[in-house]
Design a protein around this ligand. Sequence first.
Ligand code: 1HE
Length: 260
Amino acid sequence: MTSKDIHLDICGDQNEVAVIRLTRPKKRNAINDALILSIRDLFEKLPATVHAAVIDGEGEHFCAGLDLSELSERDAGQGLIHSRMWHAALERVQYGPVPVVAALHGAVVGGGLELASACHIRVADASTFYALPEGTRGIFVGGGGAVRIPRLIGAARMADMMFTGRVYNAEDGERIGLSQYVVPAGDAFKKAFELAQVIAKNAPLTNYALMHVLPRIAEQPADQGYVSEAMMAAIAQSAPEAKERVRAFLDGKAAKVKKA
Ligand code: 1HE
């Protein structure tokens, strides 16, 4: 099932970057049931050439969150199932086949922030603003935000956003951890695409470890985390690609780390 409100392009010289765009600008890319299911399906079926993805939104806003027009129709049981449907979809984003870079601009609110939080890198342009209006609408986050957002900014800041309707701008968002990059207005997609191209060149096992193992280690008690880290390090370094890359550096054929 693919909604008309989402578009997939496969880009790059080797078709290595998927560009996924929310294309519902008239409704500020608000996410209805068809769209959340399409996000899930799309991440399940990315072509094998793809090694990184960018997600962005058409129009002046990244995403206005849940399509509120569908909310009033649901009873409690349906609400539970609906929330779990979002969880399944955003799980495919976070733990899908490839790292995902979110290109943010304008409103990144409610479920839009939940979607962005499921991505691995967030690039915000200067027009970006973040909010969790669920608090003032008398509802609660339901797309995994209660789990992912405190891990980015802490439970106290998230609670403040929901208690008071606090809105963070792009710069403050970066300061507290909502994004890793801030760029001038209009440049988020360009920067996100550049980053995706860099990521796509990494050894696949390294990307796998960063997506699937690092977040689990971060949740483990330290003594278990050290063992998980050691196992992942051993697996990664044993891959032929790792040996080739290290040999290239020792032979003076690979780039040095340059001062930022
Ligand atoms: C919508 C939605 C929406 C816009 N659901 N229709 N999210 C919110 O509470 C955010 C609600 N939206 C806004 O605060 C504003 O729309 C924006 C700041 C995002 C953009 O403002 P603006 O002035 O550019 O657009 P607008 O005039 O408010 O909206 C344009 C149209 O989009 C309008 O419809 P129209 O038929 O009158 O043209 C709006 O009704 C429509 N629209 N946002 C439905 N969200 C998994 S649980 C997640 C829980 C949540 O995400 S709750 C938070 C929902």
